[in-house]
Design a protein around this ligand. Structure first.
Ligand code: ZN
Length: 424
């Protein structure tokens, strides 16, 4: 069907100027023309009048776990069906909050992605990593949370997390190669690994370095040979340095950064995907966690991120929007709070770019493994997917507007309307 979005005040995802009076033509889900007057010869199946709204690209969240609809411990006792059914609710609500594309950095969202792509359920496009790969005793060795170190006879089959393939263990070069290739076989667009300690696990200290250079190199080479890249969960400075030197292209969290690491990231064109609002929300006890230890670890992360944001700004590092929310729908509902944090650290224009054209550039690093090669994402231009939002107010001037999803009146993905609250 041909669709026209008329009278649009357009933010294209790249240029700071919002251009009034645009007419955006869409055919088969892709933008075919942007004109400054209506083509009266063309006939459209649907015309959307955007007068009075700012039209912005569909938003991108580059760090989600879209299948995780409860705390880790609750998730670990769910069946695969329960996980999958609940994930459809999370996915629909994400789309209604304006996120037309997400990168999933660890969760077995295969069935969800298939169902969304085949129009069975509404949800964002997903750039999946599928099983996120951890070393034994690393951040995602989920046995440790279950056993509390009291019962080492428990094996992987005792954790539904591991059994269902949300998290995967690999040690030594041959296993790293095998598990990496397993995820590529499933259709992962990039590989997610855990290169250091984390805040959401009980026993691995934040400052640990996980994976040897040899293991890292094997994973990076395998993914690079398939035309894509590795993203790594990482907080500690020394772990970041090793990861970047060995070719990791996207640092998730990247908390305890210093000038040397920032310069290295700049030099190697490495992306930083931090979650400022989530760390703040956890530090303020606004998100339920399984243990007091986790709150304490996250408070340290929150403080580290304050300095990290200064370095991202100082060196103008490549930085994408990400939220990392794990929990019930009311936890995921805080997704848009990250916009206020980005405004605070980077200003409105740079903040909205991080969730549109910048994040789009990052996701397209998946190259030969790109699940959606037919169009650009995060931008409104000819040849891009017709993912657009009609927003009350101008978020390029004030990004707080996107922090409230109620200001996002219309959500268009692939040229189809998934939310329209203009008359409410
Ligand atoms: Zn995460």
């Amino acid at each position: 069907m041909k669709v026209l979005v008329k009278n649009a005040s357009l933010f294209d995802g790249v240029n700071e100027t919002v251009k009034p009076g645009c007419f955006i033509s869409v055919e088969d889900g892709v933008i075919t023309e942007i004109a400054n007057q209506e083509n009266t010869n063309a006939s459209y199946g649907r015309v959307i009048d955007a007068a009075g709204y700012t039209v912005v690209p569909g938003l991108i969240d580059a760090h989600t776990h879209i299948s995780f609809s409860d705390t880790f411990q609750a998730m670990d006792s769910m069946t695969a069906e329960e996980v999958a059914v609940r994930s459809t609710v999370i996915a629909r609500q994400m789309l209604e909050r304006g996120f037309t594309t997400v990168r999933d950095v660890g969760s077995n969202c295969y069935g969800l992605k298939q169902s969304i792509d085949n129009n069975f359920v509404p949800g964002p496009r997903i750039y999946p990593s599928y099983g996120a790969i951890s070393q034994t005793c690393g951040h995602a060795d989920y046995r440790q949370n279950r056993t509390q170190r009291s019962n080492f006879s428990q094996n992987l089959e005792d954790s539904s997390f591991m059994r269902q393939g949300h998290l995967v263990l690999a040690d030594g070069v041959p296993e790293c190669l095998k598990r990496t290739r397993d995820q590529i076989f499933k259709g992962a667009s990039q590989i997610k690994i855990f290169g250091g300690g984390g805040a959401s696990s009980l026993f691995d200290p934040l400052d640990t370095i996980q994976y040897t250079r040899e293991e890292l190199r094997a994973i990076v080479e395998t993914v690079t040979n398939y035309g894509s890249y590795v993203c790594s969960h990482i907080h500690a400075g020394p772990a970041m340095k090793i990861a970047v030197e060995e070719g990791v292209k996207s640092l998730e969290h990247a908390t305890f950064m210093d000038d040397d690491i920032a310069r290295l990231c700049l030099d190697k064109e490495v992306w930083i995907v931090p979650q400022y609002a989530t760390a703040e929300l956890i530090a303020n006890r606004m998100i339920p966690l399984d243990s007091e230890i986790l709150y304490q670890k996250t408070e340290r992360v929150g403080k580290g991120l304050l300095k990290q944001a200064e370095l991202v700004e100082k060196y103008n590092l490549k930085c994408a929007f990400g939220t990392d929310l794990v929990g019930m729908p009311e936890v995921h509902a805080k997704q848009n709070a990250e916009f206020s944090a980005r405004k605070k650290y980077f200003g409105s224009f740079r903040g909205i770019k991080q969730a549109t054209s910048d994040a789009g550039e990052l996701l397209k690093l998946s190259g030969l493994l790109d699940p959606y090669p037919e169009g650009d994402i995060g931008v409104i231009r000819e040849g891009a997917f017709a993912d657009m939002l009609l927003v009350s107010g101008n978020p390029v001037e004030d990004l707080d507007i996107l922090a409230n999803p109620d200001n996002i009146k219309v959500v268009i993905k692939d040229g189809d309307i998934f939310k329209d609250t203009r008359t409410l």
